[in-house]
Design a protein around this ligand. Structure first.
Ligand SMILES: [Zn+2]
Length: 276
């Protein structure tokens, strides 16, 4: 081989080697990049799976938490999620007039009080209460009358089935989140206990409106219902604890002693009971 050819040969070899090295570098980089992308995709998939598993578990997991309610206000979404998914079914104490029923403590579908009576008071429809609660309500209405105020019953006892229909209607109308604020799920309503009455007056057109709380009738109830055994169960500004919007019309019978103690404490029933 001549010197000139030798040089050409060396240059050609060098060129080929450079190209080869470049190809190897490019292949290595692209392979590494692909691995990274795959790893990233795997990580995303994993985290999605974890979230889904957690959600499913939360929806089905029975909660037995009876810790006292915290005084500082937790983030509303957390409370709501907790309230929505946690349920303790009370199958034995439903006849007790002081039983706690809420989004965490429910009663069985078959529970029906044995001492329901049709309320003999002004009412927008025929409605029932347990006899002891009806007696207390009669006294409350008389006291209101003495103060020149006319109250009217709206809705007392509701069966599990009626509550199911009502809740379904609210979900159709307001969506699940909206319904949760204004309507109890079946088995979680105090109305099924026969110990709750929604009251109203002519001043709000016999409707159930938040503005009832500012009427003379609403004010009278707020200040006097406890003397006759009732509390305004879902007070203003306590949604994060009760899980419900302000309902100045919803009265819960507990007997005068407990109702007065709760009234004097300024607490919700959940706070007073030290549970949620
Ligand atoms: Zn009610």
């Amino acid at each position: 081989m001549r010197i000139k050819d030798k040089k050409r040969f060396i240059i050609a070899c060098g060129g080929l080697a450079t190209i080869l090295i470049l190809v190897i570098v490019v292949l290595t980089i692209s392979f590494w990049h692909r691995n990274e992308t795959q790893a990233e995709a795997d990580r995303k998939k994993d985290s999605q799976t974890t979230t889904q598993t957690a959600t499913t578990a939360k929806e089905t997991e029975p909660v037995t938490n009876t810790q006292p309610a915290v005084t500082e206000q937790p983030a509303q979404t957390e409370t709501k999620e907790e309230i929505k998914t946690a349920t303790t079914v009370n199958t034995t104490g439903a006849d007790s007039i002081t039983i706690l029923v809420n989004k965490n403590h429910s009663i069985s579908a078959s529970y029906m009080p044995s001492d329901l009576v049709t309320v003999d008071l002004p009412s927008t429809r025929d409605t029932q209460l347990r006899s002891v609660a009806a007696e207390g309500l009669t006294k409350l209405f008389k006291a209101a009358e003495g103060a020149g105020l006319a109250l009217s019953c709206c809705s007392g006892y509701r069966s599990y089935e009626t509550q199911s229909e009502l809740y379904a209607w609210n979900v159709d109308t307001y969506g699940v989140d909206g319904a949760e604020l204004v309507s109890a799920r079946p088995g979680m309503s105090e109305h099924q206990l026969g110990l709750a009455m929604d009251v109203t007056s002519a001043s709000v057109g016999y409707d159930l409106l938040e503005s009832f709380g500012t009427t003379s009738e609403g004010q009278f109830i707020k200040e006097n219902a406890h003397k006759y055994g009732f509390i305004v169960r879902y007070p203003q500004g306590k949604t994060d604890i009760t899980g419900y919007a302000y309902e100045p019309w919803h009265l819960r019978y507990l007997g005068a002693d407990v109702a007065t103690a709760i009234y004097n404490s300024g607490k919700t029933m959940e706070e007073y009971y030290g549970t949620n």
